[in-house]
Design a protein around this ligand. Structure first.
Ligand code: FMN
Length: 241
């Protein structure tokens, strides 16, 4: 996150600053993973979240990743090269190509201040496309490390907003919460990377009739307004400015 104008500059004096949000440049990474294209609810929610974020943070720079289109291949012996110790031998051409994909994805993730991630519930878990992306960014020495006291996340300071879309209702009972491996998994993995600000915008019960769907979308819309006001690293950036 970088401050792009100082309060005493000529431009600032001519155009008085109403809020630090007007001048703080942050990077938002918008990720979709639904396979349902125009019928996708999580895509609808991520678009609304990003629009709402931009409205309250006009200086945000947005990049977009559609994992249903640009799907990284499953982790394999060839793509696991990023964890091969230095000096273990020359990588072959396939390994180099796969490593370049992983490097681009982890660099893009690390550069983002805010991530908005569309996460449908498919077969009680996240789409395989989203899991393939997580497998590429989960890199020792980049997003986490191990110490003698246990694992430490290296990607703290970010805000992650998960747009969760579900056919059934899981959030209102212990049994439901135990069955879903989507929100719970994403909270675990981003927590492991050191992200302490993981927010969820949820639309669930989408397959339970039109009234239930409309109620779920209305409730998600309220969540979006609440969850897009302030980023985790905004307070520090404002103090530093
Ligand atoms: C392949 C597939 C598997 C699904 N599995 C589940 C499931 O396990 N539990 C559930 O509540 N809904 C399930 N659903 C319903 C989706 O969660 C629901 O359609 C949601 O809107 C998906 O998000 P999307 O519209 O962004 O793709 C499934 C839908 C699809 C297409």
């Amino acid at each position: 996150m970088a401050v792009i104008q100082d309060e005493h500059s000529l431009t600032a004096q001519l155009n008085p600053i109403h809020s630090f949000k007007d001048i703080i440049m942050s990077k938002l990474l918008h990720i979709d993973s639904s396979i349902l294209g125009g019928n996708s609810v999580s895509r609808q929610l991520t678009a609304q979240i990003v629009a709402s974020w931009r409205a309250s943070h006009p200086a945000t720079e947005v990049s977009y990743l559609d994992l249903a289109v640009d799907t990284p291949s499953h982790l394999s012996a060839e793509s696991l090269g990023f964890s091969v110790p230095a000096g273990a031998g020359e990588l072959n051409a396939v390994q180099k190509r796969e490593n370049a994909i992983s490097e681009a994805l982890v660099a893009q993730f690390l550069a983002a201040d805010v991530l908005v991630i569309g996460a449908p519930l498919y077969n009680f878990a996240i789409p395989t496309q989203l899991k393939a992306w997580i497998d590429r960014v989960a890199q020792v020495g980049r997003t986490f490390t191990y110490t003698d006291k246990g694992p430490v996340g290296l990607a703290g300071g970010k805000t992650v907003i998960i747009a969760s879309a579900r056919g059934g209702v899981y959030s209102t009972s212990d049994a439901g919460n135990a069955m879903e491996h989507q929100e719970s998994y994403l909270k675990t993995v981003f927590g492991f990377f050191g992200v302490t600000d993981v927010r969820v915008v949820r639309a669930e019960g989408l397959a339970m009739g039109e009234a239930a769907k409309a109620a779920a979308l209305a409730s998600a819309e309220i969540d979006i307004t609440m969850q897009t006001k302030t980023a985790a690293n905004e307070a520090q950036a404002t103090l530093a400015a």
